[in-house]
Design a protein around this ligand. Sequence first.
Ligand code: EPU
Length: 432
Amino acid sequence: MEVFRIQGGHTLDGEVRVNGAKNAALPILAATLLTAETCELRNVPELSDVRFMLEILRHHGARVETPAPGVVRVTAESIHPSTPYELVKKMRASICLLGPLVGRLKIADIAQPGGCVIGTRPIDLHLKGLARLGCAITHKSGYITVDATRARGARVFLGGPNGSTVTGTANLVMAAVLTPGETVIDCAACEPEVVDLCDMLARMGARIENIGGPTLRITGVERLRGVTHTVVSDRIEAGTYAVAAALAGGEVTIRGARADHLGAFLDKFEEAGVDFDLPSHDTLRVRGSLGKLRPVDITTLPHPGFPTDLQAQFSALLTQATGAGMITERIYPNRFMHVPELTRMGAEIAVEGPTAVVKGATPLTGAAVMASDLRASATLILAGLVATGETWVQRIYHLDRGYEQFDLRLRSLGARVERLPESAMPGDLRGE
Ligand code: EPU
């Protein structure tokens, strides 16, 4: 296993370009199964989750080529409907195969994903939506079989206790585009990644009205055609670099950071006193703001609210603001696994139910810390950038699921971040 060593206290300067969004690329890759024609995807991030999705597409019988970096060509002439547990357990997002299989084959047989460290992650809303379309759903030995031979368009309310569902909306849209009749989805997720998927489906011949709105109206068509599509840029990656720059810049220019996708984040950035400007609609320039940061309160919500996927990173920022800021997590109420690790570095954070109170400004000191999920990993690295001394982050395979070459790109900005074998860690830090 590999670890990251971060030597804190070095200023970041320069330019970084964000990649295509992981959370758009995964359902978009799944959507290529909706047509027998070739789809060419561009701006696909090179991430372990993406490589894994390509493996799943091959498993289903699709021909997958990667002719150039960031380009994936998929031809799914003839596919089969079964996704085994060995595949699903490695990546929860494999559940977004459900919609395409139902749409194209009228049958899907997929292992039910388990929970993960950020929460229980149910799929009841995905199944409720398909049942409303008239699909027959059976559960057996951890597998779900969906039979859509009698499916017809219907009106579906897709909201749950925590609001809309991103992959649930993606799945229902992908099923509905090839289901006869009109499907109306109320409380559809409005995340830019869902919009990107719908835009691609529309260019494949799907009939979807009100893309980006909370009510989607879909009229089923008989078949979809191939398409060339460029994946939308990753707003979460952009926000992560923005926090890094606020903590450790210098001045960092982030290209591909779309202001229209980062509204709630930029609003809180401004309130927190971060020094930034927007030279163009997709460029964000952030200057180091230590010593000027003010505490803010944040509540995570579905888009266009503050994204849960930037909550942990923002808490690293709040450790350096003078005063107490409060973070309330409304999407995954237990998503605070980064807190004990930040505390080991000197942060003062109290968690009570779905709320964390971060008291700053506290000096951070390097320590050996453990990454628990993708965004928590990034957060510990951000904290390491401003900590004195060396921070060692273990289990960075979580990071590689969602950030392409994070170490190289931070290094290109002047950070001292290295990827090393675990054996390079001093034994006393590894707990030997
Ligand atoms: N929910 C239900 N029932 C369902 C589905 C969801 O109650 O059937 C609940 C969830 O428990 C949660 C809320 O609804 O409280 C929202 O979950 P959602 O379904 O939107 O999450 P997801 O689609 O499984 C995607 C991203 C996550 C991101 C969330 C929220 C992908 C592959 N994953 O997950 O990304 O946190 O939306 O925006 O798109 C990450 O990138 O680090 C990550 C975890």
